[in-house]
Design a protein around this ligand. Structure first.
Ligand code: PGA
Length: 236
């Protein structure tokens, strides 16, 4: 079963979010794909009410907790509203809200203790890629975020090269394959029941079947293409 995660970021208004959610709800249950959509945080409850069978993810949480924290999205809201997944450490959150591996690690632990499956985004910059230090960079990110003493139920890692997000550029298929194998390998020293390694960054209708054809790639995290109904229909 390949995981297909739609990160709708802040692309869609309510009408568009509802219409794509309705499309997803119309699909019959598949053994091939598990579809998880991450609408803008503002729309979860409405989508959930209309399409209760759709699986939803939050796009982020923050660490300020309940109480006097204007603008916060606390993990308890996810729990209370049965949102089972949360994207963490997305490059746009790292850039816009100054998240780093240390804050991602704290959010990751919060997800684990609250039974929310974290979708952890990691990925190298163009200069790291060019200097062929991608593996070392990703290993450091994983080691900064995971904890050897904890037994995890399910974790999802999305390998998203920063230079690939929103650019139309992707690594070669052989590189995606190699990195996915590598991530499976280095994660073996941590304890978990289930791990999924996804690829994200400029996934579209032209490349999705090749990417999903790679055995060690357990799915894709898709941004802009996932806002188009033609792309979503591919997973029908
Ligand atoms: P993209 O975004 O598919 O638009 O490149 C991917 C992501 O940000 O997760």
């Amino acid at each position: 079963m390949k995981y297909i995660i739609f990160n709708w970021k802040s692309y869609l208004n309510l009408k568009e979010t509802t219409s794509l959610s309705r499309l997803i709800a119309s699909f019959s249950k598949s053994k091939k794909h598990k579809i998880i959509s991450a609408p803008n945080n503002f729309f979860h409850l409405l989508v959930q009410k209309k399409y209760p069978k759709n699986t939803l993810s939050a796009q982020n949480i923050d660490l300020h907790g309940l109480g006097a924290s204007t603008g916060s999205l606390d993990i308890s809201y996810l729990k209370e509203n049965k949102i089972k997944y949360c994207i963490l450490g997305h490059s746009e959150v790292r850039a816009n809200f100054k998240d780093n591996d240390q804050t991602v690690s704290k959010k990751f632990n919060l997800c684990i203790t609250n039974n929310i499956t974290p979708i952890v985004c990691i990925g190298e910059s163009k200069s790291v890629y060019k200097s062929k230090k991608t593996k070392k960079y990703l290993k450091t990110q994983i080691d900064n975020i995971f904890n050897k003493k904890t037994s995890y139920r399910e974790i999802i890692v999305a390998y998203e090269p920063l230079w690939s997000i929103g650019t139309g550029l992707t690594p070669k298929m052989s590189e995606i394959d190699e990195i996915s194998n590598y991530l499976h390998d280095i994660c073996k020293k941590y304890s978990f029941k289930k791990i999924k390694i996804l690829y994200g960054g400029s996934v579209n209708l032209d490349n999705v079947s090749d990417i999903l054809g790679l055995q060690k790639v357990n799915g894709v995290l898709v941004g802009s293409a996932s806002t188009k109904s033609d792309f979503i229909k591919y997973f029908k």
